[in-house]
Every structure is written in C-alpha cells, then in structure tokens.
Design a protein around this ligand. Structure first.
Ligand SMILES: Nc1ncnc2c1ncn2[C@@H]1O[C@H](COP(=O)(O)OP(=O)(O)O)[C@@H](O)[C@H]1O
Ligand SMILES: [Mg+2]
Length: 399
C-alpha cells in the first residue's frame, strides 16, 4: 500500500486525509496540536510541527512515504517541498515555494522578472521601518511577510498610526519580519481571487472569482467569493498570461495555487498575493461545483505522482460563498436567513454553537460559518450579494 504524508490535521484539512484514504493510500499525519481532528481519521499520527522541516523529514524517512502534501496550508508548504526534494518525491521546487510564502521575497521576484510590483521594503525592526517612510507614496499597506487571511495587515492614509500598524504586523509574523508597500487602487469592483490548478506546468483550472469584502468590518478580509468573474475579457486574458508566465518562471509543476490580483486604471496587472496551496474558505469546494471536478482528489493524486483521472468540465453556473461573520463581540445565539436568500442556499456550515464566544470579524480566523449559494443568473446574484447583510441576521446575546 502506498503511503502519503499529510501536513496538518485541522478541520479544513480533514477532507484531504479522507480523500487520500478513499483513493487507497495509507495516511500518515503530522500536526503539532494535540486536539487536531485529523488524527482520528489518519492511519498514523505524529505530534510533530509541520513547520519543523527536519522533524517532518525524519517522519517521512521512517515511514518511507511515497508522497507529501500540505493541503491548504501556507506555513507547511515549504516543509512539503523540502521533504519532497530531499527524498526525491513529486514536488514543486523548494526555492519557488519559499518565494511564494514570504511576501518580501515574492515582491523581489516580481520586480526581477518583469512583473508589476508595488514599491515595497521588508523590515526586521520597527525603528528601521519608521526611519524609511520617505521611500513610499501614501496610501501604503503594512503586513507581516508570512501571515495569511489578512491577519496583521493595515492600510495607512497618513503616517500618524504607522507605529501601531508596525506593532500589529510584527505580532503576527513568525519570522519577525514585516513589509511596507504602496497600495494599488483597482479599476474593477471586486478583487480578483481564487485558485488555479497546475498540471505538468500548465494551468488547467482557472478558478478566478470575485472576492467580496465587508467595509463595515475590515475591508481587507474576504467575506465571500462569487462566479462568474466580473471582468472584461481582455483583462481576463492579461491575468491568465501573467499567472501562466509566473508559474513558468517559478517552475511550478503541479497543484493548487491560491491567487489574488488587481488591475489598475492603466490596465496593468498587479499580482497581490500568490500562495502555493489551495485557498481557505472552501474555495476548492466552490470550484468543484463550477468545474465539475474534485480538486482535493487532484491535489492528492498529483502529490503521489499519479495520473489525474478527474475530468474538468467547461465552467458553468452562477455561484457564491459567504463567510458568516459578526460586526461585534458577543455570545452566539443563532443565525437566521431571509426567505429570499433561502431560495438560493445550497449548503450551510455553522462553526459555532449557542453560548460560544464570538468576535468582531477583523481576520479570517473569526469566521462563524460559510454558506454556498446558487443563482439563476448574474443579476439575481448581484442583487443579493450587494446587500447580503440584509439577508443574514447574526443574533448574539450581549456579554
Ligand atoms: N499592495 C497592495 N495594494 C492593494 N491591496 C493590497 C496590497 N497588499 C495587500 N492588499 C490587500 O490586503 C489583503 C491582504 O494582503 P495579502 O498580501 O493578501 O495578505 P494575506 O497573506 O494575509 O492574505 C489583500 O487581499 C488585498 O485586499
Ligand atoms: Mg491574501
């Protein structure tokens, strides 16, 4: 029986373990949390941190695994590539994965390879960053180099609060590095986000989606995705060329890649964030509906060096997800949907139960659940999605 090493057993990664088992593989799991749900699903569990490259390598050697997958995980992606290279298993190059997991290295890569990159600089101390502000034109964004889900990110329109923004960003950086960069204004209504899937170096699934935000909470945190992408065809072409060229230059051979881009009023494409992994917020599930394909199965088979048997259909339908969230702190009571919204609901996943503590949604980790919607047409989707807060009543009891 062939063995797969899976890095991470969190609730949203369990699907990868289940899929690997269904495909007939023996599953070995590493996670550093003693309460991770994946350990009850995997055939063998090691309490090992997925960011500890050499400890994971030791497990991989001992178990003689045939493939390694860090499903939907940014921090574990470099470890998977490291182990893959050391043991000559199917993998994307470690150098490329490392570039995609560090925002300062990614910006340098863009600059050096002819892609648009905002003026940016990485810093290891608050003092260095504070002394260097004359380099930038406002507005700027301050972010940890190695976080995700917009944790620790702040947009500044003046330098008054730069100290707070830097402290906030440092507090979310494992490597203790932050990046300051000029903020790019987009010409289109929604940020372009989603996952692409690469096979033999070529993008075979263009899962480009509208990325919705809620200005009432934090305009940087995604609150949902929708399809089809609202963007002119010429711009879609530019985005696709940019991403394929990036995959070529980074020698990415296979797997899901989570992408975020914007186009400015001069029609220039700016890659904002590209991660060597499937996106969170159930993006692979949403794309599965749109493309009639099982992206988790594709990720597992690619990591095992097996042919991909799943067929990918021409994308169709009008779909959206929405991350249930609260605009304030409190105790969870229930979430009620309008009758109008209920007509389009396909799936509802609640992460909280009555009595649980909930917090204002200022980063992706504070999500209360997720819903999937299917609409008859784009106009209906737009009508609901542009006022979705009116259709979802998040009821809390005050503390
Ligand atoms: N230079 C930029 N210009 C415009 N928007 C940006 C820029 N950098 C980040 N953003 C916005 O901030 C969000 C979070 O930044 P990102 O680099 O994606 O961090 P994370 O890894 O936490 O997702 C992005 O989704 C985007 O909306
Ligand atoms: Mg991002």
């Amino acid at each position: 029986m062939k063995k797969i090493l899976l890095l991470g057993g969190s609730a949203q990664q369990v699907v990868a373990i289940e899929t690997a088992k269904r495909l007939g593989y023996y599953t070995v799991l590493c996670d550093f949390l003693t309460d991770n749900p994946g350990q009850y699903v995997a055939d063998k569990f090691y309490l090992v941190s997925t960011t500890d490259k050499d400890a994971v390598l030791e497990v991989a050697q001992k178990e003689k695994v045939n493939g390694v997958l860090a499903y939907a995980s940014d921090p574990a992606a470099p470890t998977a590539a490291y182990v893959g290279e050391k043991l000559k298993l199917p993998t994307n190059p470690y150098y490329a994965v490392d570039i995609l997991c560090n925002k300062d290295r990614f910006r340098a890569f863009l600059q050096d390879n002819g892609f648009n990159a905002p003026v940016s600089m990485g810093y290891q101390t608050i003092e260095d960053a504070m002394a260097d502000t004359s380099r930038f034109r406002l507005p700027v964004i301050v972010k940890p180099v190695d976080s995700s889900g917009s944790k620790g990110a702040t947009v500044l329109h003046s330098w008054d609060k730069v100290n707070d923004a830097l402290e906030f960003a440092f507090s979310f950086s494992r490597a203790h590095r932050v990046i300051v960069e000029e903020y790019i204004e987009k010409k289109h209504p929604y940020l372009i986000g989603g996952d692409i899937f690469v096979l033999n170096g070529k993008v075979v699934i263009w899962g480009l989606l509208n990325c919705h935000r809620d200005a009432r909470v934090n305009p940087l945190v995604p609150v949902g995705k929708s399809y089809p992408l609202i963007l002119e065809e010429a711009d879609v072409q530019l985005v696709q060329q940019t991403l394929q060229s990036m995959m070529d230059k980074l020698e990415i051979r296979f797997g899901s890649v989570n992408v975020e881009l914007v186009i400015d009023k001069n029609n220039r494409v700016w890659p904002i964030d590209v991660g060597p992994r499937a996106g969170g917020n159930m993006i692979p599930d949403l794309l599965g509906k749109i493309f009639g394909a099982d992206l988790v199965e594709m990720a597992v088979q690619a990591a095992m060096g097996q042919p991909i048997l799943t067929t990918v259909q021409k994308p169709e339908g009008c779909y959206a997800t929405h991350n249930l969230h609260s605009t304030k702190n409190g105790i969870y009571k229930q979430i009620v949907f309008s009758d109008e919204l209920k007509k389009y609901l396909q799936e509802v996943h609640f992460y909280k139960k009555p009595g649980d503590h909930v917090e204002r949604f200022d980063n992706a980790a504070k999500c209360l659940g997720i819903i999937f919607m299917k609409f008859p047409d784009v106009a209906t989707a737009e009508n609901i999605l542009s006022h979705i807060e009116k259709h979802i009543d998040v009821q809390l009891t005050t503390e």
